[in-house]
Design a protein around this ligand. Structure first.
Ligand code: SF4
Ligand code: SF4
Length: 389
């Protein structure tokens, strides 16, 4: 395979209005307004059951060893949900009113029953989508996924530099295989989007990765912000990081004005405030920053339901109670749904569209996840602790 930098230019040349699959066509003919584009099936927003999302971490097995993996994936955990338990989970998810089901992992494509479960979710009216490292996405697998009812693939790409990506992902051929996975999806008309984990070392590449996504025919670029656990207990010590985080959100939202596909910062709820400050109109499905426990939750490989992958609080296990009952009755979700926040978030004019990261709030406040999200430039400004107003 060619050098990645050349590859991106080459890929761009290959995408013309003639060979872009229909599903992407609108991305190339639109006027540049965010709201006119083909919608990514991953998009979510509070207040509409249509966009409720559940992410099932299907397995702990993975063929890579990514450094940031919150699952610490590798070997499969004992007692992962069986096929029949997974079908019961899907039944509960459908009963609870969810519409979008993310199959993630570990690496979801390593589950032998994955196609059967995707087909089952689809038969229950759910839109199955994937979070995958893309390395197992052969053309044949892409075709089978599409036939089973998968509606989109979220494929992880953390750098346009092959070596950097490979080192981070812990696989010598990861980059080439991931790019091939995207090309396979494009070839057979299975929509895909790029998922990039934002870290110090790739921060300067984010805008290039977004451009690359446009050229490759991705329908969106999702940026995943790591929750800064373990980086110092008090926010004052990381004030510079807060500022650089804010600057990156501003750069990304300014970029949104220029490109024809949605950019979605994930687990960076302040992006909704930044968009408003910059006059960027977001799709109504991005109407709220943090969705944990409101229109989103995750289910672990062994059936534990949590508000999100970064929150350790548990709402219940589907082996003990059906998923829909946990979703309706859990005290943890009830507390999140009060939206009664402490500190800056409680006083903030943007709390309705942002909500702060509840995982970070818990981290910085001894587990009190309803406290303020201290990783916010606006919150610091309200307290007179940041430079920029
Ligand atoms: S609590 Fe934080 S990490 Fe979890 S969904 Fe909300 S923004 Fe994302
Ligand atoms: S203070 Fe809280 S609600 Fe307001 S923008 Fe910051 S994180 Fe969001």
């Amino acid at each position: 395979m060619e050098d990645p930098k050349e590859l991106s230019a080459d890929a761009a040349d290959k995408i013309t209005s003639k060979n872009v699959p229909d599903v992407f066509a609108s991305l190339y003919t639109g006027s540049g307004s965010f709201e006119k584009h083909e919608k990514s099936p991953f998009q979510a927003g509070e207040g509409s059951g249509e966009y409720m999302i559940v992410s099932w971490l299907t397995t702990n097995r993975c063929n890579l060893k990514c450094r940031h993996c919150y699952q610490n994936a590798g070997e499969s955990k004992e007692q992962e949900l069986t096929t029949s338990e997974a079908r019961e989970l899907i039944d509960g998810i459908a009963r609870a009113g969810f519409k979008i089901m993310i199959f993630s992992g570990g690496e979801a494509l390593m589950r032998p029953d994955i196609l059967e479960l995707v087909a089952y979710a689809s038969s229950k009216g759910l839109r199955p989508v994937f979070g995958t490292n893309g390395t197992l996405l052969t053309e044949d697998m892409a075709v089978q996924l599409k036939k089973s009812g998968a509606t989109a693939m979220g494929i992880s790409l953390d750098s346009l530099d092959r070596e950097k990506h490979n080192v981070f992902r812990g696989g010598e051929e990861a980059f080439d295989r991931t790019i091939r996975g995207m090309e396979n999806c494009r070839r057979i008309g299975l929509p895909f989007q790029i998922h990039t984990t934002v870290m110090d070392w790739n921060r300067d590449e984010i805008i290039d990765i977004i451009d690359f996504g446009v050229k490759m025919g991705a329908m969106a670029v999702y940026l995943f912000f790591l929750i800064p656990v373990g980086r110092g207990r008090f926010i004052e010590e990381s004030a510079l990081e807060v500022e650089s985080y804010e600057n990156l959100l501003r750069a990304v939202m300014n970029k949104q004005k220029e490109i024809p596909i949605p950019i979605k910062p994930t687990c960076a709820p302040q992006f909704t405030r930044v968009a408003k400050e910059l006059g960027v109109t977001l799709d109504r499905r991005f109407s709220r920053g943090c969705l944990a426990g409101l229109t989103y939750c995750v289910v672990s490989p062994v059936g534990m339901v949590r508000p999100c992958a970064y929150m350790t609080e548990e709402a219940g296990n589907i082996r003990e109670k059906p998923f829909d009952q946990i979703w309706r009755e859990s005290e943890l979700f009830a507390r999140l749904r009060t939206k009664e926040y402490g500190g800056s978030c409680g006083k903030c004019a943007y709390q309705g569209i942002c909500g702060g990261c509840r995982a970070r709030a818990g981290y910085y406040h001894d587990g009190n996840f309803m406290e303020e999200d201290s990783y916010c430039a606006h919150g610091l400004r309200m307290k007179g602790e940041a430079k920029h107003a």
